[in-house]
Design a protein around this ligand. Sequence first.
Ligand SMILES: Cc1cc2nc3c(=O)[nH]c(=O)nc-3n(C[C@H](O)[C@H](O)[C@H](O)COP(=O)(O)OP(=O)(O)OC[C@H]3O[C@@H](n4cnc5c(N)ncnc54)[C@H](O)[C@@H]3O)c2cc1C
Length: 422
Amino acid sequence: MEKISVTHELTCKKEYDIIVAGGGVAGVAAAITAKRRGKSVLLLEKSNILGGLATLGLVNLFVAMCNGRCKQIIFGLADEWIRLAGKYGYETISEHWRDGEPKEMITRRFTQRFSPYIFALQLTEMVKEEGIDLLFDCIASEPVMEGNHCKGIITESKSGREYYKAKMVIDVTGDADILRRSGMPTVSGRNFFSYFGFGITLESCKKAVETNNIMNAYTGGFAGGTIGLYGTGQPEDVPLYSGLTVEDVSDYLIRNQTTLLDRLKKDDPTSRDLTTIPLMPQFRTTCHIDGDYTLTMDDVYKHFDDAICAINDFDHRDVLMEIPLRAITKKGFDNLLTAGRCVSSEGYAWDMTRVIPPAIITGQCAAETAALAIDTNTPVAEVDIKTLQDRIASDNIMVHFPDEYLPEDTTHLEYAGDPNHK
Ligand SMILES: Cc1cc2nc3c(=O)[nH]c(=O)nc-3n(C[C@H](O)[C@H](O)[C@H](O)COP(=O)(O)OP(=O)(O)OC[C@H]3O[C@@H](n4cnc5c(N)ncnc54)[C@H](O)[C@@H]3O)c2cc1C
């Protein structure tokens, strides 16, 4: 096989305190939080809008941010954005949750379905109002490493290859692209055949008019692969996708797009239209770090001395967990860390950490850690935990869950669905 060697000499285009690689919800939260701590920030996004899976991926639902008994667990920017997301688009927060915790016990949890593209526009507005440098259509391609220290990021864009220096890099690509290439240990996952788009039908349009609610114009059923969270019904002839090679991603997209078209061919063309398909692969799990601590379901109800935030399960009442700093860092890598989908956790514990509300607040926690590490000239894994927790608490994030929220019996946990999600 022919081999070529490529050598590029790149001049540093600009230097930042913090580079945030990836403009999903975790990345935007990290960029805003770092900027509010007075840091210069470059936010790199490979697509054309912000929000990642929550917008491009059409996953337009803030899952529950409460313990299922009317106590809110997740605050911070997640609390601001769950409300903001309904400001210019449709809104589905239960009226009981609109002004804080419900006054009386209700079963309805604190969730919000939102218009993904309007929310994406709001994210762009926020990022620009904060004065963050944002580059769209720009891939964070390679970390420039000196041992385990990252000097900056090489980007690929219309401008070609460029080099940006940074004191800290937060990899929130969802795929740990930068951390994988930095040599940090990572763990890859497998994805079911899912590809859900939005469409309209004559029926759904009629319903929208009858209910005077445009949200009802969109309807499901416009899918390629239809396999949900627990993988039930995964077709035998379709592989489980890693999402980590160009061939794998392309096969996933081609199979899904042709499957969806085959379905559409069977319908009356005047009765419906496909309004949008996912603009990024709907992979839940591609790659996350093998950090200094890996969360499992054994950690439910555990307090950590180095907790950075408390989260709740979206599917089961009462289930609470704290995320330790060690789940977003790896000792020896002094200026690299992560958040969102790349947090070090496995099985169902990973499902708990990667959904939209925890992704937002772990993004904030990563930024607070990076900012403190710069202020104190300390590796990210060794920042003073008390100072960090104080800063995170000042962002209105719950660091430890209160023991009064624990159920009486914490020994019996049942998880529906995939038996691997223990
Ligand atoms: C099918 C499916 C259903 C889901 N359902 C729900 C749900 O109902 N509710 C819920 O809360 N969560 C749900 N989730 C999970 C949730 O959407 C995501 O885990 C969460 O949004 C992750 O946010 P993130 O910012 O960590 O990563 P991502 O959303 O993956 O964002 C990463 C961003 O980085 C960009 N990027 C990637 N690589 C690079 C690079 N090299 N350079 C520059 N930019 C890059 C991407 O374009 C993207 O914008 C679902 C996920 C899937 C796949």
